[in-house]
Ligand binder design. Structure first.
Ligand code: NI
Length: 170
């Protein structure tokens, strides 16, 4: 396993739509393991393949409480099949440094996907897990949480980020 570098905004990888995984094989399982290790090292509660430069529909999630045992989940080709309610959550993203913002999401979602062995799974998420699932699945369509905040807030962040990157380069 390896900790992979995380792509950050405005890297073009983050705005690309990902493609379906055709075969769940050892290469894919290796990528999923590396993504989990990268997520835990960050630390974060979810990571999507484009955040490490892959264009596959693959996400990893662990929304367990800090005091509980780890509960890693690998979701291949995930899709939302049920969604209801609404909730506002202060979101952040490993690919969007130095920003958290309120985002409105569904309060409950049901996701169908394949697991790391290629077996179909169905997963219900309420609250934090629902938010996390929607946030990570958005990544697979090239969407970041800042695409769901006000245009003004997004523009301000973009400006700040460009300035910061220029400063880092200098
Ligand atoms: Ni994210």
């Amino acid at each position: 396993m390896a900790v992979l570098p995380i792509k950050t905004y405005p890297d073009p990888c983050l705005s690309q739509a990902c493609r379906q995984v055709e075969v769940v094989d050892d290469d894919l399982r290796r990528l999923a393991s590396d993504m989990l290790e990268t997520m835990y090292a960050a630390p974060g509660v979810g990571l999507a393949a484009p955040q490490v430069g892959s264009d596959l529909r693959l996400v990893v999630i662990d929304c367990a409480n800090r005091d509980d045992d780890p509960a890693p989940m690998v979701l291949v080709n995930p899709r939302i099949v049920e969604a209801e309610g609404s909730l506002v959550f202060d979101e952040g993203c490993l690919s969007v440094p130095d920003l958290t913002c309120d985002v409105t999401r569904h309060e409950r979602v049901v996701v169908e996907a394949l697991d790391a062995q290629g077996r179909p799974l169905r997963l219900e998420g309420v609250g934090l897990l629902a938010v996390c699932l929607q946030h990570e699945l958005d990544h697979l369509d090239g969407r970041l949480f800042i695409d769901r905040i006000s245009p003004l807030k997004r523009a301000l962040y973009k400006k700040r980020r460009v300035k910061q990157l220029k400063r880092d380069e200098a």
